[in-house]
Write a protein that binds this ligand. Structure first.
Ligand code: ADP
Ligand code: ZN
Ligand code: ZN
Length: 726
């Protein structure tokens, strides 16, 4: 009888064997329902074989093989195996966690899909009395308008109006107001395709010359240099060859605008967008379209890395330096690194685009592993780089945090009816509640983090675990009534700016203000319609958005990152500031960037003022080489947590003692994490590093086996290979 080797969603580093009489090797990659304990669970068939080490008497029979969806390809199963091995994570978890939720369930999937339908109004629909629909049903009104004005409405476009739109269209379908047509009938606008700049042409041609083999291209282009245009041209080539393209984007960048850019260019291609905002059905539908080869372009965040793509011809990773490509729990993978693996596996090009490539990537360029292409100029005619200046804050410390030159510059912007953006570096700069007489500061009860003051709802909140409490009237330690928010968080700056510019329209954008669904989109719309004069924001505003009327960027609080204990803080800040600076003056307006700093002579700011990525990259790399930091070594972190810190440290010490000393691998002492307490757990870690990746991997494999024997400690642990956050 054939034996199925099944990957299950069970945290054990093994596959599970089952017998099933009606199975063949062709079933590898299919979903299967099997008994596990008293439950029925779903898994993926990783292999079909004729023998097993499990005694036959103990072997259970599988219940059902689901054949309604195609099997996962060998290629994808190989990718999973690589992940499990490289990240030392149980294969079953790797496989099941990368599947859409519906494929993880033990139920057959419902394949009623109309994800590429286009809707048109029927005769009945045309004669609907619009005035009978209540005005507050804005979605209905917008849908009807679109259906009347356009030849047809694609379901993706409907979804952009509102997530409820699909439900409404469904109802109208039943009522006979609309009908579906299979293709976009009528015409869409011909896309406008700009002539490439000479730099763009060179980059594009270089990649196209070697388009049918593996190469990792680093496309280093300043903000506004037209990297997107190069992606679009490459994708056009992919489509012409009948292949598929995968485009990975940081979480925050996947806005409807970007999707719209793609749809506008590729009017007939099927584009699927995969991100965390989708419901289970939408995700499954996107996945299946990709797997069947129906979808030609897949636009997604890191999880999209695991999409089955039988005809994959190109992978693009935009903003490759972005930390959101690294998963921070479970399988701690780097989607960027996996993109390179997958491209190599498939023999296709991968393009890593960035205005400020990560130092790991830059290092791979200098060692010749990756190939380098540069765009130094902005693509739009006459657009120039903003002028970056430092304002020396050492001598002048204004009470409200706003220096004279910054106030003057904002005044000037206002008088020209241009927008200003005040960027506040949040890291280490959030307003905490502070008692000036005794020094007490509000701290989270569950984490060791300071609580952040939210004046509007008179609350203190923890930005790590989400705890909230109200602001005390007096200092709990000394009774002082004159409590002060310390540090200039976004809300305080808003106050200062409001006082300074009472007539200006000011908008603050941070995690709190975009939490509401669709808030982000309406904020972007408001900015574009120039309903805002001064924007106050954190890193959220730094990335990937074009604000044509933005002339001035003020940067506050960036000094904190220069002296951080995190060796990556400087690199991150540089990226962030280059991005924010890139917001200024993208179209015809000459932009200006003012940085308030106490260290205007720091090499960091000097490089920033000259827009000199290379100088900074070289400086940081030299420092890292001396200090033995990545990319000169590879690292792995054994993370552990429990209810008491001593337990965690005990476990880590035992783990350290288990590790046999070996050449080429260095094992450090356990240390409490930077955030010791998080969500009620105490956390610590142990760093392992080596100059040889191979030595490191060998060590980790053996060590993992030993770690699994340390069961007495009741500690949760995980290995983080190539950690980016400590
Ligand atoms: P990046 O992604 O490198 O920051 P974008 O791709 O967003 O830059 O391009 C910036 C702007 O330049 C966009 O508005 C884009 O439409 C425009 N653009 C790109 N290439 C060209 C070109 N060859 N000619 C004119 N405009 C261009
Ligand atoms: Zn006090
Ligand atoms: Zn907390």
């Amino acid at each position: 009888m054939p034996i199925l080797r099944v990957a299950l969603n069970i945290p054990l580093d093994t596959l599970f064997d089952y017998v099933f009489d009606d199975a063949s090797r062709n079933d590898v990659g299919l979903r299967v329902c099997v008994p596990f304990g008293r439950k029925k669970v779903a898994g993926i068939i990783m292999g079909v074989c004729s023998s097993t080490d499990v005694p036959l008497a103990k072997l259970k029979s599988a219940i059902h093989i689901f054949r309604e969806t195609p099997p996962l390809s060998k290629e994808l199963l190989d990718l999973f195996a690589f992940c499990a091995e490289y990240y030392h994570h149980p294969l079953g978890l790797v496989v099941t966690n990368s599947l859409p939720a519906k494929l993880r369930s033990n139920q057959p999937v419902n394949l009623k899909m109309k994800s590429h339908a286009h809707f048109v109004l029927t005769e009945t629909g045309r004669h609907v009395d619009v005035s009978k629909i209540p005005a507050r049903n804005t979605v209905m009104h917008r849908l009807l308008t679109q259906l009347r004005d356009e030849p047809s409405l694609a379901i993706q476009d409907a979804r952009q109006i509102s997530p409820r739109a699909v439900g409404i269209l469904d109802k109208w379908l039943d009522e006979g107001w609309v009908k579906t047509v299979s293709v976009a009938e009528g015409t869409r606008e011909e896309p406008e395709i700009p002539a490439l700049t000479s730099e763009q042409s060179v980059a594009l041609d270089t990649i196209l010359e070697q388009f049918n083999c593996y190469n990792c291209w680093v496309l280093h282009g300043i903000t506004g240099s037209g990297k997107t245009e190069i992606y679009l041209r490459l994708i056009a080539q992919v489509l012409a060859e009948g292949a598929q393209a995968l485009v990975l984007i940081p979480e925050i960048n996947l806005t409807p605008q970007l999707e719209a850019v793609f749809r506008k260019r590729f009017t007939v291609a099927r584009i699927v967008s995969l991100h965390s905002g989708l419901n289970d059905t939408e995700r499954l539908s996107g996945w299946l379209q990709a797997q069947r080869g129906d979808a030609q372009i897949i636009l997604g965040t890191r999880l999209a890395m695991f999409t089955p793509l039988p005809k994959l011809g190109l992978i693009v990773v935009d903003e490759e330096q972005d930390s959101s490509f690294k998963q921070q729990d479970g399988l701690r993978y780097s989607a960027r690194d996996l993109a390179v693996y997958r491209a190599k596996q498939k023999g296709i090009p991968v393009v890593l685009g960035s205005a400020t490539p990560s130092l790991e990537t830059y290092y791979n360029v200098s060692s010749g592993r990756y190939r380098y292409l540069q765009l130094r100029q902005r693509a739009v005619k006459n657009a120039v780089l903003p002028h970056v200046e430092c304002i020396d804050m050492k001598s002048d410390k204004p009470a409200n945090g706003l220096s004279r030159p910054l106030i003057d510059a904002i005044t000037e912007s206002l008088s020209r009816r241009q927008q200003s953006l005040i960027f506040i570096n949040r890291r280490g700069y959030a307003p905490v509640l502070f008692c000036p007489s005794c020094g007490w500061a509000a701290v989270c009860q569950r984490c060791s983090s300071r609580l952040v003051v939210h004046l509007q709802d008179k609350q203190l909140s923890c930005h790590y675990c989400g705890c909230r409490e109200s602001i005390p009237n007096a200092c709990p330690q000394c009774g002082n009534l004159d409590m002060m928010p310390f540090g200039r968080g976004t809300q305080r700056i808003e106050e200062a700016l409001t006082q300074q510019f009472p007539a200006a329209r000011i908008l603050r954008v941070d995690r709190d203000s975009i939490r509401r669904k669709h808030a982000w989109q309406s904020i972007l719309d408001a900015i574009h319609r120039h309903e805002v004069d001064i924007l106050i924001g954190t890193q959220l505003l730094a990335k990937g958005h074009d604000f044509p009327n933005l002339a001035l960027v003020g940067i506050l609080g960036s000094d904190m990152s220069l002296y951080s204990t995190d060796f990556r803080a400087g690199e991150r800040l540089f990226t962030q500031l280059m991005q924010v600076a890139g917001r200024a003056g993208r179209a015809s307006i000459a932009g200006r960037v003012l940085i308030q700093t106490e260290f205007p002579g720091h090499p960091f700011y000097q490089a920033l003022c000259r827009h000199d990525y290379h100088a900074l990259a070289e400086t940081i790399l030299a420092e890292r080489k001396i200090a033995d930091f990545p990319p000169y070594v590879c690292q792995a972190l054994l993370r552990a947590e429990a209810h008491s810190l001593s337990k965690v440290l005990e476990f880590l010490t035992a783990a350290r003692n288990l590790a046999q000393s070996r050449e080429n691998v260095e094992i450090f002492d356990p240390v409490p994490a930077h955030m010791v307490r998080l969500k009620g757990m105490e956390r610590a870690h142990l760093l392992v590093q080596s100059r040889s990746r191979k030595a490191m991997q060998l060590f980790l494999t053996q060590w993992c086996v030993q770690l699994n024997t340390l069961t007495a400690h009741k500690v949760r642990w995980a290995l983080d290979v190539d950690p980016v956050e400590f």
